[in-house]
Design a binder for this molecule. Structure first.
Ligand SMILES: Cc1cc2nc3c(=O)[nH]c(=O)nc-3n(C[C@H](O)[C@H](O)[C@H](O)COP(=O)(O)OP(=O)(O)OC[C@H]3O[C@@H](n4cnc5c(N)ncnc54)[C@H](O)[C@@H]3O)c2cc1C
Ligand SMILES: NC(=O)C1=CN([C@@H]2O[C@H](COP(=O)(O)OP(=O)(O)OC[C@H]3O[C@@H](n4cnc5c(N)ncnc54)[C@H](OP(=O)(O)O)[C@@H]3O)[C@@H](O)[C@H]2O)C=CC1
Ligand SMILES: C=C(O[C@H]1[C@H](O)[C@@H](CO)O[C@H](OP(=O)(O)OP(=O)(O)OC[C@H]2O[C@@H](n3ccc(=O)[nH]c3=O)[C@H](O)[C@@H]2O)[C@@H]1NC(C)=O)C(=O)O
Length: 333
């Protein structure tokens, strides 16, 4: 089954809306439809609703396709109007500027479909599927391999791009192939050796290809109760070591091996340090939490402050894991 067979007819390619075809960009608060689809493009859509930090200004234009054809139509729409395209998954590793993002923002989380192949032990999933939901589903089937992914509130697409990982496992370890869509509308299936994987890195980062689907190799045949128990242990460990009670993006910085960012930041005396509504978490110093009312600029300036302090104290440059989208001020006060 393909993604287009698996989804309903909302925001899909169809001939239903030919009367709604328009060529202009929508003006503020207007909704128009992609030609030959019932897929709406919205203007000035606030991205704070689409990021785990709950911050971020508006997308100039926003679309959430539900199948490949509607995704291809979105890219065509952008190309014809010379609009820059930005792709979002679940927005759980993003800091979107308060000034928003120009061009067309494509949210992939409505690309949904999953198939557990009991013969091969392979899980084929659309980019918008939730990684933690799949981890629980695999566990309840007695399939091993995704226990580590519980508690990572992202999509399959975001995990493939970020090489999401935890507990010494990561997506690259189990990726059989990823299907990607190029700006010219062509689909290609790539094996991991073509994706330049290393720790929290892939060649897909910062590029213009959109992940549409992935196939993961898992290990069926275990006692579901045992796999669920291990998954629960991972979740419990997270809840005791990471702050889940306030919005965040997970780890802000990559670990500068052999050190860990959390240790360096704590030793620099920054736990609890706050700028506006953004605070270095007390429970884990590599998390910046939104304590309420934070602006993206507060989080951005706290990131810069941490980098500066850690550099001064340890001569180590912390590299952000979080992806910053849009424009940020050059200097913080
Ligand atoms: C509480 C919490 C805990 C976390 N724990 C972990 C952890 O243990 N390990 C870990 O690795 N991460 C963790 N994260 C970070 C985050 O969940 C992961 O990086 C996740 O993989 C991001 O997925 P996403 O769908 O939210 O991607 P987004 O944040 O939406 O996007 C991330 C990047 O991928 C791009 N992108 C997203 N989808 C696509 C697509 N379909 N095609 C092309 N590009 C795309 C975006 O443009 C952006 O550059 C955590 C975050 C939170 C909030
Ligand atoms: N701090 C932050 O910025 C953010 C934190 N989060 C947090 O991330 C966490 C992700 O947790 P995680 O458990 O991985 O995913 P979720 O709690 O999001 O659950 C994902 C799916 O897995 C199912 N599920 C959850 N627990 C179990 C279980 N014990 N057995 C079987 N199925 C289960 C859920 O089913 P059902 O719906 O039936 O419960 C749901 O369909 C959540 O606590 C969420 O609040 C998310 C976004 C941002
Ligand atoms: C949350 C993320 O991924 C997480 C992932 O969930 C966990 C679990 O596997 O391991 C990494 O965290 P981490 O290296 O901070 O793991 P932890 O086990 O919490 O801490 C490592 C070490 O740092 C120390 N530590 C941590 C936090 C802190 O405030 N102070 C401190 O001293 C701990 O005591 C421990 O000795 C990933 N982070 C990175 C940047 O690699 C993410 O990428 O967003």
């Amino acid at each position: 089954m393909t993604i287009s067979q698996a989804v309903g007819n909302v925001c899909t390619a169809s001939a239903l809306n030919t009367k709604k075809q328009q060529t202009a960009n929508p003006v503020e608060n207007e909704v128009i439809y992609l030609p030959n689809t019932d897929c709406a493009i919205k203007s000035q859509a606030y991205l704070s609703a689409f990021t785990s930090y709950r911050v971020g200004g508006a997308a100039q234009l926003f679309v959430a396709p539900r199948n490949i054809e509607a995704l291809q139509a979105s890219l065509k729409y952008a190309k014809e109007r010379d609009l820059r395209v930005t792709t979002l998954g679940a927005g759980s590793n993003l800091l979107v500027s308060d000034r928003g993002i120009s061009g067309l923002v494509i949210a992939t989380r409505h690309l949904r479909f999953s198939h557990f192949d009991h013969e091969t032990g392979q899980l084929t999933v659309a980019a918008g599927e939730s990684i933690p939901s799949l981890a629980w589903e695999a566990a309840s089937l007695g399939w091993q391999g995704l226990e580590w992914a519980v508690g990572i509130p992202g999509t399959v697409g975001g995990a493939v791009v970020m090489n999401a990982g935890a507990h010494n496992s990561c997506i690259a370890d189990m990726l059989v192939s990823a299907q990607v869509l190029s700006p010219d509308g062509t689909l290609e299936t790539l094996t991991p050796d073509r994706l330049g994987y290393s720790y929290r890195t892939s060649l897909l980062q910062g590029g213009d290809r959109i992940v549409t689907q992935a196939t993961l190799q898992l290990r069926p045949g275990s006692d579901p109760a045992q796999v669920v128990a291990i998954t629960k242990e991972h979740k419990k460990h997270r809840l005791t070591t990471q702050p889940y009670n306030f919005p965040s993006c997970g780890s802000v910085f990559r670990n500068p091996k052999p050190y860990t960012a959390g240790w360096l930041i704590e030793q620099t005396g920054l736990k609890g340090y706050q700028i506006g509504g953004a605070q270095v978490a007390q429970l884990h110093a590599n998390f910046i939490v939104n304590r309420g009312g934070a602006k993206a600029s507060d989080i951005f300036c706290l990131i810069r402050h941490i980098q500066h302090q850690v550099q001064e104290r340890w001569s180590i440059r912390l590299e952000p894991e979080v992806k910053m989208l849009g424009e940020f001020q050059a200097a913080c006060g």
